[in-house]
Design a protein around this ligand. Structure first.
Ligand code: ASP
Length: 675
């Protein structure tokens, strides 16, 4: 029987290997498995025999047992030659079937080949395995056997063995799918979100969520077991907090009274310090009623931390240790301490408070070199008291096409109303405009010296007030990096994780909608810099704060501050400087008066962090059930309408905007997701 099948099998095996995604799978599997490390950060190597024996999760070196308490004896992905002869029971989804001879079974751990029995006596088993549609869930029992010589699939981690089935049970059949579950089949994001439970079956989503779980586990270990933190849950039904982000409002049964969902557990964690719980942490869900962006969504998760009797350096060292400890061991280790820039330095060199420090192209002030320029717009700027000329040197910028430089100039004009001039101080190729040619020879050599310009570099010049000139060049720096990378250069090493502390932020910023008034740069509980306290009463806009942000590869992944623990100072800042209603915070102000210890904290954006670690394109790829770009749950259609009688207990009614007939009539309509 066996020999009769071999010629058919050979052909099938050859075709099976590329299409079964085994390359991708083994890559995924080893990434995941290398993600489990010993607490000391040593890499645990994957032995071929048993995956579970090699996974070390806790300081006691306990090993996760993937098949305890359940119907299976092993996972599909763990079987190797060392299991030969073992009787196993596997549960999984049908990934492929080939000519009713092989079936590839999948679970989170990987793929395994099952040989469909051809003998007459196994007709019932064959019927189940041949008729069940792809993605049906089945349980098979049989023996681990080696594949015939020459028929191994080295691209598949389980490629040396196959399962000779004795019994099979169809646990549940799968109807026609809206899309193929296989990772390599492209799907729109809307479809993935509508059928999220199917999308979660992909190896990529399995990897992202499992890596997230591992990192959180290690963080808990580090904080609770190594440093005595206490994990405390705080309420999600809360009230409005003055200042900060927009909150979601929840109606209550008391007329005119509303809860708010907390934008963060900020007040509670400070109150815990007053309560003597002096090392708090929580994996906290936070809510902000802001539009979704690739790195934001209305509900998100923070690793929220607060400590008493700590200063800024103490918090920074804690976070560096936390990230080092929880970092996946398949990535380069985290090097500590992280470098640090002041807010002013970050703005001057990178035009932003979240610089991507994986590459150079820093902003340089070239006002002195061009002091006597004849270029009109530069001259104009330098004649003003706050006027400056700034530049970035795009290394190997001659790789950019003329149309790239045109698009850069247009971007600056459209978004910042700023003129930008590209010059090629050393290039043999010259696309200089007549304006650029009026840069004098001595200015050209001055620029080459100051900016260390090389043959293929392009310089982008702009002029104006310091902050504006820096902001535009900061944006262009990133635009140029994108354009150069699109032309095949690598500026940002994808394996590099470049952490940076940004410190010494201003305590207040002018309000966007009314620049005559101040708002908190972080939040109103942030303490002023000790050396600037007096300025609070004279020039508050000049006060620096004890606020620190953690930046990774150009994204803000954390922020925190040392807090005000003096009730009088807190009241002065809220009432006099921020013009907030202090009654809303009377509980906190009172608590500060009852022996509040000095304290400070930080919150890490878990979704953003995991997104960067996994290289996912959006935070939605590291959240099991995310909201769509418009803040909707495309699977369940939340938010949803409620009939007026259900709103009555809350004493509210919908005031429908004009032209909302469609929405009104959708009250009883079946749901149709966003496209
Ligand atoms: N609660 C702050 C936030 O959510 C972080 C902090 O100051 O600890 O941004």
């Amino acid at each position: 029987m066996r020999s009769a099948c071999i010629s058919v099998k050979l052909g099938i095996r050859e075709r099976l290997s590329p299409s079964c995604g085994s390359n991708m799978l083994s890559c995924w599997l080893s990434r995941l498995c290398r993600g489990f490390s010993t607490p000391t950060g040593r890499i645990t190597h994957l032995s071929r025999g048993s995956l579970s024996r090699t996974l070390v999760l806790s300081s006691q070196r306990r090993i996760p047992e993937f098949s305890s308490f359940v119907a299976r004896t092993n996972t599909c992905g763990e079987l190797r030659s060392s299991h030969l002869g073992q009787e196993v029971t596997l549960c999984g989804w049908i990934q492929y079937r080939r000519q009713n001879i092989f079936l590839v079974l999948r679970d989170f751990h990987g793929l395994v080949q099952v040989v469909i029995p051809q003998e007459e006596s196994a007709a019932a088993v064959r019927k189940i395995l041949c008729e069940a549609p792809v993605e049906s869930v089945v349980q098979v029992s049989g023996t681990v056997i080696s594949r015939p010589p020459g028929q191994e699939n080295p691209k598949m981690p389980t490629g040396e063995i196959e399962i000779k089935v004795k019994t099979a049970e169809l646990l549940n059949s799968c109807k026609k799918l809206p899309f193929e579950v296989k990772d390599f089949v492209k799907k729109t994001e809307a479809l993935r979100l509508q059928y999220r439970y199917l999308d979660l079956r992909s190896f990529q989503m399995q990897y992202n969520l499992r890596l997230r779980s591992q990192m959180v586990m290690k963080m808990r270990e580090y904080l609770c077991n190594l440093h005595g933190f206490v994990d405390i849950e705080t309420p999600t039904l809360f009230k409005r907090t003055p200042g900060g982000a927009k909150e979601f409002v929840i109606p209550s049964r008391e007329p005119g009274k509303f809860y708010c969902l907390p934008q963060s557990p900020q007040q509670f964690k400070q109150l815990l310090m007053v309560g003597g719980l002096d090392r708090y942490f929580q994996v906290a869900r936070c809510y902000r009623d802001e539009g979704s962006r690739p790195d934001r969504q209305p509900e998100f998760t923070q690793i929220d931390i607060e400590m008493s009797f700590v200063d800024q350096t103490g918090i920074q060292r804690l976070i560096e240790g936390l990230l080092q400890y929880s970092w996946p061991s398949d990535k380069d280790p985290v090097v500590v301490p992280f470098p640090s820039l002041t807010f002013a330095e970050a703005l001057a060199s990178y035009g932003t408070d979240k610089p991507d420090t994986r590459f150079g192209m820093k902003i340089i002030d070239i006002s002195d070199v061009l002091r006597n320029t004849e270029v009109g717009f530069l001259q104009d700027a330098l004649s003003k008291p706050q006027g400056t000329v700034k530049a970035i040197c795009i290394s190997e910028g001659t790789y950019l096409k003329r149309k790239d430089l045109e698009s850069i100039r247009k971007f600056a004009a459209d978004h910042f109303n700023q003129e930008v001039l590209p010059v090629f101080p050393k290039a043999s190729r010259n696309w200089n405009s007549p304006v650029a040619q009026s840069i004098l020879e001595e200015q050209r050599s001055g620029l080459i010296r100051l900016m260390e310009i090389r043959e293929d570099d392009v310089v982008l010049l702009t002029a104006g007030e310091h902050k504006k000139a820096c902001s535009v060049l900061g944006k262009l720096r990133l635009e140029c990096a994108d354009l150069l990378e699109a032309r095949g250069l690598v500026l940002r090493d994808p394996t590099l994780f470049s952490f940076l502390w940004v410190v010494d932020f201003p305590l207040f910023l002018p309000k966007e909608e009314n620049p005559g008034e101040l708002e908190s740069a972080h939040h109103p509980f942030t303490a002023p810099h000790p050396s600037d306290i007096q300025l609070l009463y004279t020039e508050p806009e000049k006060v620096r704060s004890q606020h620190y942000d953690l930046v990774l590869n150009g994204s803000e992944i954390g922020g925190g501050s040392i807090r005000i623990h003096d009730a009088e100072l807190q009241r002065y800042i809220l009432a006099t400087l921020l013009k907030e209603d202090v009654k809303l915070l009377s509980h906190l102000l009172q608590a500060l008066d009852f022996g509040a210890p000095p304290h400070g904290g930080i919150a890490l954006g878990l979704d953003r962090l995991i997104c960067l670690v996994t290289g996912a394109p959006s935070i939605r790829d590291v959240i099991a059930f995310p909201k769509s770009f418009k803040g909707h749950d495309l699977m369940s259609n939340a938010p949803d309408s409620l009939p007026p009688e259900e709103l009555k207990p809350y004493h509210i009614q919908v005031s429908w905007p004009a032209n909302s007939e469609a929405e009104k009539s959708s009250l009883n309509q079946p749901y149709c997701p966003e496209s």
